[in-house]
Write a protein that binds this ligand. Structure first.
Ligand SMILES: Nc1nc2c([nH]c(=O)n2[C@H]2C[C@H](O)[C@@H](COP(=O)(O)OP(=O)(O)OP(=O)(O)O)O2)c(=O)[nH]1
Ligand SMILES: [Mg+2]
Length: 130
């Protein structure tokens, strides 16, 4: 099965993180996610991240730091998540696609419903940001 390469942005402000909820009709629908999306064939991961965060939540990235990479097989889809912490940006994140969205205390996101691949991200975030 082909692996989908995804650029993922962990948008943080102090000890808070910005999450959006995936549309119910999407793959892994209804679950909370870090904004992001597929890397197109003509772009770098950094370009994809900048484009997706602009398209999905309307911010311009000023600085981002590589955080981790996760490969996960959902059975119906194989993904490689290239995850960055985005802690400097212009604008206030706001979902342009009408998704549910919220700033959460990083210490309080344990019980949210995330795609399985995200559990390792949550764990590492809590170690580094609390
Ligand atoms: N954006 C994002 N995707 C995630 C996360 N965790 C996770 O398993 N994924 C998976 C779900 C999807 O299969 C894939 C991302 O695809 P996507 O649907 O967001 O891609 P996209 O924004 O380019 O959307 P589209 O063009 O297909 O509508 O990665 C996450 O935290 N954020
Ligand atoms: Mg997306």
């Amino acid at each position: 099965m082909k692996q989908v390469h995804v650029a993922v942005g962990v948008i943080v402000k102090g000890k808070q993180v910005f999450l959006t909820r995936r549309h119910s009709s999407a793959h892994q629908g209804g679950k909370w996610e870090f904004p992001g999306g597929k890397v197109e064939s003509d772009e770098t991961v950094a370009q994809a991240l900048a484009r997706e965060l602009k398209e999905e939540v309307s911010i311009d990235i000023l600085a981002c730091t590589p955080f981790m990479e996760i490969s996960h097989d959902y059975g119906d889809k194989q993904v490689k998540l290239d995850i960055f912490v985005v802690d400097q940006f212009i604008g206030e994140p706001n979902s342009l696609e009408g998704n549910e969205q919220q700033w959460f205390a990083i210490s309080a996101i344990n019980d949210l419903d995330f795609p399985a691949a995200n559990l390792a991200i949550v764990e590492k975030l809590q170690v580094e940001f609390s």
